[in-house]
Design a protein around this ligand. Structure first.
Ligand code: ACO
Length: 317
């Protein structure tokens, strides 16, 4: 699917930020409460420690404020806020209006729930709003999965954690940064990963793993085709940080060296909607992405959903 219709406005990311809670839970900490060990968790998932605590609103306000400051955009000038989250602080209202208030924004605000694909869903939606005339948007991805994790279940407790990342997106002359995108969902896979209202995450890890690699590769391939680029041309990949073996297998099948991937999983665990923007912010903070680079964002999650986007960093004029 083409990214932007001829004549429509393009967009570029002009600011980014991230936030994680202070409390660190190491693999050694988990050894004290469940039948597991550091060697198993590290080799099977790539995770050494994770951050837990805080609220979705609190983490979103922190990452959102950083993104606004870095962009230099006056909060009053933001035309809309999209918050990707699968763990809103309340069922009603959505968390985004509360974040909007605390950041001093005066604009529309809504949540998007596409689990770990949520940030890419929100980013693509934001590009659509800019194509229709919005000028400046704040897009945040945040999850506080620790609150819905069964800390006695060794199949899920080592994986899930809390975190947030945010970007400011601004309209630009020309086509902007988004060259191709793909949003997918397959609700028939709901049973493999879900959480009832008031419940805890239930997961068939093996089945999710098996599907994850395939749907990430399928989605990324579609985005690259829409963008008219090849895997060799990709400068940097920002994958959902669920499991290092999933990231590695997906990169391998796509023909993209793992060295080109953002990797934060060893210290963040799986922060769902927070995962991709957190990893993106980390790569930007460490100067791993430069203007002109082709960046692939790709995620998968409960639903099961998948989403990807190809960005020309800095935009195409
Ligand atoms: N510590 C030690 N041993 C363990 C643990 C643990 N925490 N968990 C399982 N084991 C044991 C099992 O009992 C099994 O032992 P056995 O061979 O004697 O029976 C062995 O390790 C292998 O177990 P598997 O379940 O086959 O382990 P696997 O290699 O599949 O790894 C994992 C499990 C890490 C959950 C993996 O399947 C996975 O990452 N799946 C994808 C999960 C995922 O990404 N979910 C997030 C989706 S995104 C979203 O929307 C939130």
């Amino acid at each position: 699917m083409p990214a932007i219709r001829p004549g429509a406005h393009g967009a570029v990311i002009t600011g980014w930020g991230s936030a994680v809670p202070d409390t660190v839970v190491t693999n050694a900490d988990l050894e004290k409460t469940i039948d597991t060990n550091d060697e198993w968790i590290t080799s099977r998932t790539g995770i050494k420690e994770r951050r837990v605590g805080g609220t979705t609103v609190g983490l979103s306000v922190e990452s959102g404020r950083q993104a606004l400051e870095r962009s230099g955009v006056d909060p009053a000038a933001i035309d809309g806020l999209i918050l990707a989250t699968t763990t809103p602080d309340r069922v009603v209202p959505a968390s985004s209006p509360v974040v909007q208030d605390q950041l001093g924004l005066s604009c529309g605000a809504f949540d998007v729930n596409a689990a770990c694909s949520g940030f890419v869903y929100a980013l693509v939606t934001a590009h659509g709003l800019i194509a229709m005339g919005a000028e400046k948007l704040l897009v945040i991805g945040t999850d506080t999965l620790a609150r819905i994790t069964d800390w006695t279940d060794r199949g899920t407790a080592p994986l899930f954690a809390d975190g947030s990342g945010a970007v400011v997106l601004e309209a630009t002359e020309g086509p902007g940064q988004l060259l191709g995108w793909d949003l997918d969902a397959d609700g028939s896979a709901e049973k493999f990963l879900y959480c009832d209202v008031g419940g805890l995450i239930m997961m068939d890890g093996k089945e999710v793993f098996r599907r994850a690699v395939r749907i990430m590769v399928d989605s990324a391939t579609k985005s690259m085709q829409h963008a008219g680029v090849t895997a060799e041309e990709i400068s940097h990949v920002v994958p959902h940080q669920a499991n290092i073996r999933i990231i590695s297998a997906a990169c391998d099948r796509l023909g993209i060296p793992l060295e080109k991937a953002s990797l934060t999983i060893h210290r963040t665990g799986n922060t769902s909607s927070g995962s991709i923007p957190l990893a993106l912010a980390d790569s930007l903070d460490n100067s791993k992405i430069a203007p002109g680079d082709l960046v692939l964002l790709v995620g998968f999650g409960a639903g099961m959903t998948a989403a990807s986007a190809i960005l020309r960093w800095g935009g195409v004029s």
